[in-house]
Design a protein around this ligand. Sequence first.
Ligand SMILES: Nc1ncnc2c1ncn2[C@@H]1O[C@H](COP(=O)(O)OP(=O)(O)OP(=O)(O)O)[C@@H](O)[C@H]1O
Ligand SMILES: [Mg+2]
Length: 352
Amino acid sequence: MEPGTRIGKYVIEARLGEGGNGTVYAARDGVLGRHVAFKVLHPHLVSDAQIAARFRQEAQAMAQLNHPNVVIVHDFVGEANRWAIVMELAVNGETLGSLIKRAGRLDPARAARLCTQVAAGLGHAHARGIVHRDVKPANVLVLRDGGSEVAKITDFGIARVANGERRTQAQLTLGTLWYIAPEQAQNSSVDARADVYSLGATLYEALTGSVPFPYDNAARVLAAHISEMPRPPSTRAPGIPEVLDELVLRCLSKNPDERPRDGDQLAALLGAITQRAAAIPSTQVASAPAIPQPAPVPPAADVAPPGPAAPASRLTREDSQVGMWIGIGGLVLLSSVCLLGSFLCVLTGFLR
Ligand SMILES: Nc1ncnc2c1ncn2[C@@H]1O[C@H](COP(=O)(O)OP(=O)(O)OP(=O)(O)O)[C@@H](O)[C@H]1O
Ligand SMILES: [Mg+2]
């Protein structure tokens, strides 16, 4: 749609982007004067009465949500074949997906902080019986507010309408499939724990720069969600604390009973980890190598065969103290050998 196009009381101003379900524009509410995001759903998603009815139902559910970590839905427009969701416009921000792409991966403290906020937003919906069904980095908007960042989850309920029974899982875009829970991959009924899985996959990508199952074949991705164990994030990127590693893997459990039960419980667990921020390095790691740092070279006498290095985060203070004492001991031993050698040389010379 061209800038200046009018739809009801809204005037299109600029095109912001496009996804699998629609095209998003910046628009102005001609009556209230405020700027909004205007998501026009692809015509094939609203072309039949059943979908339109379902969409209305979802719209009513979405309108109940009011939380700082959820993009507010202001209005819905349904004109002939043109359906649009009118949302809060995220100014001064970008999607978590583009943030991760730009940075390579996020510092663990930052990733955990942003996902705690998303979990809180999801928790608000879960408490009202609403499941998102399409949690992924592209559906998280990160806004800069002075020196801090606020994450907001968007596109609530759209997956329910758009995916419906019309498209089989294999027809969904990879951009959605990389994050879906095993029960969703099997077309079973889902609850809040499916969102927890998808947020776990989102956090996994934020921490490592890679989704848990980074395959480019839909059937293989679906099969992996159902039966393949993901590699621990700490094996893909350095500096991830063990507690965070374990929580991500718990969210990615195949069995929903083994995951945190909803967004609120996940927010509480993640929040506790971010509060122990001292345990998480706060420097940007975007330019750091993807593989854990090599372990310190052991004393020459017992060089071990090459093997995977221990992740930096697993090294405790005691480990580094032991290393320091071994180093000092080695130096003392080396000095003694040198001294003894010099003494023998002098002695040999003297005897000659
Ligand atoms: N509320 C908003 N404010 C500002 N920009 C937005 C907003 N919502 C979406 N966008 C922009 O529009 C782009 C497309 O969003 P959209 O939700 O259509 O894509 P997607 O999430 O990749 O796919 P889909 O949601 O259809 O599965 C986003 O990448 C983002 O840049
Ligand atoms: Mg989206």
